[in-house]
Design a protein around this ligand. Sequence first.
Ligand code: SF4
Length: 329
Amino acid sequence: MFKHVVYIEKSLSKNSAVKNIITRLSPEHIIYINNYKEVLNQTNSSWTFNKAYQKIILAKREDEFYYKGSYLTSSLNHPHFYYNTLALNCLYHCEYCYLQGMYNTPHLVLFLNNHDFIRATKNLLLQLKDKIYLALSYDTDLPALETYYPYCQEWIDFANKEKNLTIEIRTKSYQLSFLDDTKPSANVILSFTLSPEEIQKKYEPFTPSLKQRLKGIQKAINKGYSIMLCFDPLIYTPDFKKIYSRFFESIFSKIASQDIYAVSIGVFRMNNDFFKSIRKNGNTMDIYFYRYEIKNKVITYSEDIKNEMITFVKQELSRRGIEYIFVYE
Ligand code: SF4
Protein backbone atom coordinates (compact mmCIF):
# COMPACT_ATOMS: atom_id res chain seq x y z
CA MET A 1 0.00 0.00 0.00
CA PHE A 2 1.11 3.58 -0.76
CA LYS A 3 4.15 2.29 -2.66
CA HIS A 4 3.22 3.99 -5.92
CA VAL A 5 2.72 7.68 -5.13
CA VAL A 6 3.09 9.74 -1.98
CA TYR A 7 1.83 13.32 -1.95
CA ILE A 8 3.69 15.75 0.30
CA GLU A 9 2.90 19.35 1.10
CA LYS A 10 5.85 21.49 -0.02
CA SER A 11 6.19 23.11 3.41
CA LEU A 12 7.02 19.66 4.86
CA SER A 13 9.78 18.73 2.41
CA LYS A 14 12.44 18.82 5.14
CA ASN A 15 10.28 17.42 7.96
CA SER A 16 11.86 14.48 9.80
CA ALA A 17 8.54 12.59 10.17
CA VAL A 18 8.08 12.83 6.40
CA LYS A 19 11.59 11.45 5.87
CA ASN A 20 10.82 8.48 8.13
CA ILE A 21 7.63 7.67 6.24
CA ILE A 22 9.36 7.97 2.87
CA THR A 23 12.16 5.69 4.02
CA ARG A 24 9.59 3.19 5.18
CA LEU A 25 7.47 3.28 2.04
CA SER A 26 10.12 3.86 -0.68
CA PRO A 27 7.46 5.11 -3.09
CA GLU A 28 8.03 5.08 -6.85
CA HIS A 29 6.92 8.71 -7.12
CA ILE A 30 6.76 11.68 -4.78
CA ILE A 31 4.51 14.53 -5.79
CA TYR A 32 4.81 17.85 -3.99
CA ILE A 33 1.60 19.82 -3.55
CA ASN A 34 0.66 23.14 -1.93
CA ASN A 35 -2.22 21.83 0.14
CA TYR A 36 -3.69 18.39 0.91
CA LYS A 37 -7.13 19.52 -0.27
CA GLU A 38 -5.86 19.57 -3.89
CA VAL A 39 -5.80 15.76 -3.77
CA LEU A 40 -8.40 14.96 -1.11
CA ASN A 41 -11.10 17.11 -2.70
CA GLN A 42 -10.57 15.97 -6.29
CA THR A 43 -13.84 15.56 -8.13
CA ASN A 44 -14.72 13.57 -11.25
CA SER A 45 -13.17 10.36 -10.01
CA SER A 46 -14.73 7.25 -8.57
CA TRP A 47 -14.53 6.89 -4.78
CA THR A 48 -14.56 3.09 -5.06
CA PHE A 49 -11.83 3.03 -7.70
CA ASN A 50 -9.71 5.42 -5.63
CA LYS A 51 -10.16 3.22 -2.54
CA ALA A 52 -8.56 0.34 -4.42
CA TYR A 53 -5.64 2.68 -5.22
CA GLN A 54 -5.71 4.70 -2.02
CA LYS A 55 -2.92 7.30 -1.76
CA ILE A 56 -1.27 8.84 1.28
CA ILE A 57 -0.96 12.61 1.68
CA LEU A 58 1.48 14.04 4.22
CA ALA A 59 0.24 17.38 5.41
CA LYS A 60 0.40 20.08 8.05
CA ARG A 61 -2.74 21.32 9.76
CA GLU A 62 -2.70 25.10 10.07
CA ASP A 63 -5.67 25.56 12.39
CA GLU A 64 -8.69 23.81 13.93
CA PHE A 65 -6.62 21.64 16.26
CA TYR A 66 -9.76 20.56 18.08
CA TYR A 67 -13.53 20.88 17.78
CA LYS A 68 -16.21 21.15 20.42
CA GLY A 69 -18.53 18.15 20.39
CA SER A 70 -22.20 18.48 21.14
CA TYR A 71 -23.14 17.83 24.78
CA LEU A 72 -25.90 15.53 23.59
CA THR A 73 -23.52 13.33 21.66
CA SER A 74 -20.59 13.68 24.02
CA SER A 75 -18.84 10.58 25.13
CA LEU A 76 -19.75 9.48 28.65
CA ASN A 77 -21.78 12.69 29.12
CA HIS A 78 -18.71 14.77 29.81
CA PRO A 79 -19.55 18.50 29.79
CA HIS A 80 -16.28 19.49 28.07
CA PHE A 81 -16.22 17.05 25.20
CA TYR A 82 -13.86 17.76 22.31
CA TYR A 83 -12.52 15.82 19.38
CA ASN A 84 -9.67 16.38 16.96
CA THR A 85 -8.68 15.18 13.51
CA LEU A 86 -5.07 14.05 13.36
CA ALA A 87 -5.76 12.17 10.16
CA LEU A 88 -8.55 12.09 7.60
CA ASN A 89 -9.87 8.87 6.07
CA CYS A 90 -8.94 5.39 7.07
CA LEU A 91 -6.84 2.38 6.15
CA TYR A 92 -9.86 0.14 6.73
CA HIS A 93 -13.09 0.17 4.80
CA CYS A 94 -16.23 -0.39 6.81
CA GLU A 95 -19.28 -0.42 4.59
CA TYR A 96 -21.34 1.52 7.13
CA CYS A 97 -18.72 4.24 7.59
CA TYR A 98 -19.78 7.84 6.95
CA LEU A 99 -16.29 8.69 5.66
CA GLN A 100 -17.37 7.36 2.23
CA GLY A 101 -19.77 10.26 2.01
CA MET A 102 -17.75 12.88 3.84
CA TYR A 103 -14.83 13.44 1.47
CA ASN A 104 -14.68 13.28 -2.32
CA THR A 105 -11.85 10.75 -2.22
CA PRO A 106 -10.70 8.09 0.27
CA HIS A 107 -7.06 9.24 0.20
CA LEU A 108 -5.46 9.12 3.61
CA VAL A 109 -4.27 12.46 5.02
CA LEU A 110 -1.79 12.36 7.90
CA PHE A 111 -1.22 15.64 9.71
CA LEU A 112 2.36 15.45 10.84
CA ASN A 113 2.43 18.52 13.08
CA ASN A 114 1.07 16.55 16.01
CA HIS A 115 2.95 18.80 18.42
CA ASP A 116 0.82 21.76 17.31
CA PHE A 117 -2.32 19.75 18.18
CA ILE A 118 -0.85 18.92 21.59
CA ARG A 119 0.20 22.53 22.21
CA ALA A 120 -3.29 23.80 21.30
CA THR A 121 -4.87 21.27 23.69
CA LYS A 122 -2.51 22.36 26.45
CA ASN A 123 -3.63 25.97 25.93
CA LEU A 124 -7.27 24.87 26.02
CA LEU A 125 -6.68 23.14 29.36
CA LEU A 126 -5.09 26.31 30.75
CA GLN A 127 -7.98 28.38 29.45
CA LEU A 128 -10.79 26.16 30.77
CA LYS A 129 -9.13 25.17 34.06
CA ASP A 130 -11.43 22.16 34.07
CA LYS A 131 -11.53 18.53 32.98
CA ILE A 132 -11.69 17.84 29.25
CA TYR A 133 -12.66 14.65 27.43
CA LEU A 134 -10.92 14.52 24.06
CA ALA A 135 -11.69 11.89 21.43
CA LEU A 136 -8.63 11.43 19.27
CA SER A 137 -9.45 11.35 15.61
CA TYR A 138 -12.79 9.57 15.15
CA ASP A 139 -12.34 10.14 11.37
CA THR A 140 -9.79 7.36 11.10
CA ASP A 141 -8.42 4.38 13.03
CA LEU A 142 -5.46 6.01 14.77
CA PRO A 143 -3.67 2.92 16.16
CA ALA A 144 -3.67 1.46 12.64
CA LEU A 145 -1.56 4.47 11.61
CA GLU A 146 0.97 4.21 14.42
CA THR A 147 3.36 2.51 12.04
CA TYR A 148 3.59 5.80 10.11
CA TYR A 149 3.60 8.27 13.00
CA PRO A 150 3.55 7.62 16.79
CA TYR A 151 0.30 9.54 17.41
CA CYS A 152 -0.97 7.30 20.21
CA GLN A 153 2.37 7.19 21.95
CA GLU A 154 2.76 10.99 21.94
CA TRP A 155 -0.81 11.60 23.15
CA ILE A 156 -0.59 9.01 25.92
CA ASP A 157 2.70 10.56 27.10
CA PHE A 158 0.99 13.97 27.08
CA ALA A 159 -2.10 12.70 28.94
CA ASN A 160 0.17 11.17 31.57
CA LYS A 161 1.28 14.70 32.45
CA GLU A 162 -2.15 16.39 32.19
CA LYS A 163 -4.52 14.98 34.77
CA ASN A 164 -7.37 17.25 33.66
CA LEU A 165 -7.29 15.64 30.24
CA THR A 166 -8.96 12.33 29.44
CA ILE A 167 -8.26 10.99 25.99
CA GLU A 168 -10.17 8.27 24.19
CA ILE A 169 -8.52 6.27 21.42
CA ARG A 170 -11.03 4.23 19.45
CA THR A 171 -9.91 1.34 17.31
CA LYS A 172 -10.55 -1.90 15.49
CA SER A 173 -6.84 -2.69 15.39
CA TYR A 174 -5.10 -5.37 17.37
CA GLN A 175 -1.45 -4.69 16.67
CA LEU A 176 -1.07 -2.24 19.51
CA SER A 177 2.68 -1.83 19.60
CA PHE A 178 2.38 1.54 21.34
CA LEU A 179 1.25 -0.34 24.47
CA ASP A 180 4.83 -1.57 24.85
CA ASP A 181 6.22 1.98 24.87
CA THR A 182 3.67 3.78 27.05
CA LYS A 183 2.58 3.86 30.67
CA PRO A 184 -1.12 3.30 31.37
CA SER A 185 -3.01 5.96 33.25
CA ALA A 186 -6.61 6.32 34.37
CA ASN A 187 -7.19 9.22 31.98
CA VAL A 188 -6.37 7.21 28.86
CA ILE A 189 -9.28 5.16 27.59
CA LEU A 190 -8.75 2.59 24.90
CA SER A 191 -12.04 2.01 23.19
CA PHE A 192 -12.39 -1.15 21.11
CA THR A 193 -15.14 -1.41 18.53
CA LEU A 194 -16.42 -4.96 18.19
CA SER A 195 -18.97 -6.57 15.91
CA PRO A 196 -20.28 -10.12 15.59
CA GLU A 197 -18.25 -12.26 13.18
CA GLU A 198 -21.08 -12.31 10.62
CA ILE A 199 -21.23 -8.51 10.61
CA GLN A 200 -17.44 -8.06 10.61
CA LYS A 201 -16.96 -10.36 7.61
CA LYS A 202 -19.70 -8.71 5.61
CA TYR A 203 -19.35 -5.04 6.52
CA GLU A 204 -15.81 -4.58 7.85
CA PRO A 205 -13.45 -6.10 5.27
CA PHE A 206 -9.73 -5.64 5.96
CA THR A 207 -10.28 -5.25 9.69
CA PRO A 208 -8.89 -7.72 12.24
CA SER A 209 -11.17 -10.59 13.17
CA LEU A 210 -13.10 -10.67 16.45
CA LYS A 211 -10.61 -13.19 17.78
CA GLN A 212 -7.68 -10.90 16.99
CA ARG A 213 -9.39 -7.85 18.50
CA LEU A 214 -10.13 -9.78 21.69
CA LYS A 215 -6.44 -10.62 21.92
CA GLY A 216 -5.64 -6.91 21.58
CA ILE A 217 -8.11 -6.07 24.37
CA GLN A 218 -6.59 -8.74 26.58
CA LYS A 219 -3.16 -7.25 26.03
CA ALA A 220 -4.41 -3.74 26.89
CA ILE A 221 -6.10 -5.06 30.06
CA ASN A 222 -2.91 -6.83 31.10
CA LYS A 223 -0.99 -3.60 30.61
CA GLY A 224 -3.40 -1.88 33.00
CA TYR A 225 -5.33 0.39 30.59
CA SER A 226 -8.94 1.54 31.06
CA ILE A 227 -11.00 -0.28 28.48
CA MET A 228 -14.19 0.76 26.81
CA LEU A 229 -16.06 -1.57 24.49
CA CYS A 230 -17.93 0.03 21.67
CA PHE A 231 -20.84 -1.84 20.06
CA ASP A 232 -21.57 0.74 17.47
CA PRO A 233 -23.08 0.53 14.97
CA LEU A 234 -25.46 -2.25 15.92
CA ILE A 235 -26.73 -3.59 12.60
CA TYR A 236 -30.25 -4.92 12.37
CA THR A 237 -30.87 -8.32 10.82
CA PRO A 238 -33.92 -10.57 11.24
CA ASP A 239 -31.89 -12.82 13.56
CA PHE A 240 -30.37 -9.87 15.40
CA LYS A 241 -31.00 -11.27 18.88
CA LYS A 242 -29.49 -14.65 18.09
CA ILE A 243 -26.39 -13.17 16.47
CA TYR A 244 -25.73 -10.60 19.19
CA SER A 245 -26.48 -12.96 22.04
CA ARG A 246 -23.87 -15.42 20.71
CA PHE A 247 -21.49 -12.52 20.16
CA PHE A 248 -21.72 -11.26 23.77
CA GLU A 249 -21.30 -14.80 25.01
CA SER A 250 -18.05 -15.18 23.07
CA ILE A 251 -16.71 -11.83 24.33
CA PHE A 252 -17.53 -12.28 27.99
CA SER A 253 -16.31 -15.86 28.07
CA LYS A 254 -12.84 -14.39 27.40
CA ILE A 255 -13.01 -10.98 29.03
CA ALA A 256 -14.16 -10.31 32.58
CA SER A 257 -16.79 -7.59 32.84
CA GLN A 258 -14.97 -6.04 35.83
CA ASP A 259 -12.05 -5.29 33.50
CA ILE A 260 -14.31 -3.08 31.39
CA TYR A 261 -14.60 0.54 32.42
CA ALA A 262 -17.62 1.33 30.21
CA VAL A 263 -19.54 0.25 27.14
CA SER A 264 -20.96 2.50 24.47
CA ILE A 265 -23.71 1.35 22.14
CA GLY A 266 -25.58 2.85 19.22
CA VAL A 267 -27.57 1.63 16.26
CA PHE A 268 -26.60 2.35 12.65
CA ARG A 269 -27.24 6.01 11.88
CA MET A 270 -25.82 8.48 9.42
CA ASN A 271 -26.10 12.04 8.24
CA ASN A 272 -28.56 11.87 5.34
CA ASP A 273 -26.33 13.89 2.98
CA PHE A 274 -23.46 11.45 3.51
CA PHE A 275 -25.86 8.55 3.04
CA LYS A 276 -27.06 9.96 -0.29
CA SER A 277 -23.46 10.58 -1.47
CA ILE A 278 -22.51 7.00 -0.65
CA ARG A 279 -25.41 5.64 -2.68
CA LYS A 280 -24.49 8.01 -5.50
CA ASN A 281 -20.89 6.73 -5.33
CA GLY A 282 -22.29 3.30 -6.15
CA ASN A 283 -22.16 1.43 -2.84
CA THR A 284 -24.63 -1.41 -3.37
CA MET A 285 -24.49 -2.98 0.09
CA ASP A 286 -27.90 -3.89 1.49
CA ILE A 287 -27.58 -1.39 4.35
CA TYR A 288 -27.96 1.39 1.77
CA PHE A 289 -31.30 0.02 0.57
CA TYR A 290 -33.10 -0.45 3.86
CA ARG A 291 -36.20 1.60 4.68
CA TYR A 292 -34.92 3.99 7.33
CA GLU A 293 -36.51 6.92 9.05
CA ILE A 294 -35.04 10.40 8.74
CA LYS A 295 -35.01 12.58 11.82
CA ASN A 296 -33.07 15.85 12.10
CA LYS A 297 -31.25 15.01 8.84
CA VAL A 298 -30.06 11.68 10.24
CA ILE A 299 -31.17 8.35 8.79
CA THR A 300 -31.63 5.46 11.20
CA TYR A 301 -33.94 2.57 12.05
CA SER A 302 -37.53 3.20 13.09
CA GLU A 303 -38.10 4.01 16.77
CA ASP A 304 -39.59 0.54 17.31
CA ILE A 305 -36.60 -1.32 15.88
CA LYS A 306 -34.14 1.00 17.57
CA ASN A 307 -35.79 0.56 20.97
CA GLU A 308 -35.96 -3.18 20.55
CA MET A 309 -32.24 -3.36 19.68
CA ILE A 310 -31.08 -1.03 22.45
CA THR A 311 -33.26 -2.67 25.12
CA PHE A 312 -32.04 -6.12 24.14
CA VAL A 313 -28.36 -5.14 24.11
CA LYS A 314 -28.62 -3.30 27.43
CA GLN A 315 -30.21 -6.37 29.02
CA GLU A 316 -27.54 -8.65 27.58
CA LEU A 317 -24.79 -6.40 28.93
CA SER A 318 -26.38 -5.79 32.34
CA ARG A 319 -26.86 -9.46 32.99
CA ARG A 320 -23.16 -9.96 32.28
CA GLY A 321 -22.21 -7.40 34.90
CA ILE A 322 -21.59 -4.28 32.78
CA GLU A 323 -22.70 -1.30 34.82
CA TYR A 324 -21.78 1.76 32.82
CA ILE A 325 -23.57 1.68 29.46
CA PHE A 326 -23.59 4.81 27.36
CA VAL A 327 -26.17 4.95 24.58
CA TYR A 328 -25.54 7.09 21.47
CA GLU A 329 -28.84 8.39 20.17
S1 SF4 B 1 -12.35 1.70 11.20
FE1 SF4 B 1 -13.74 3.36 11.76
S2 SF4 B 1 -13.03 5.13 10.62
FE2 SF4 B 1 -12.11 3.32 9.68
S3 SF4 B 1 -13.49 2.76 8.00
FE3 SF4 B 1 -14.10 1.59 9.81
S4 SF4 B 1 -15.70 2.83 10.81
FE4 SF4 B 1 -14.59 4.16 9.36
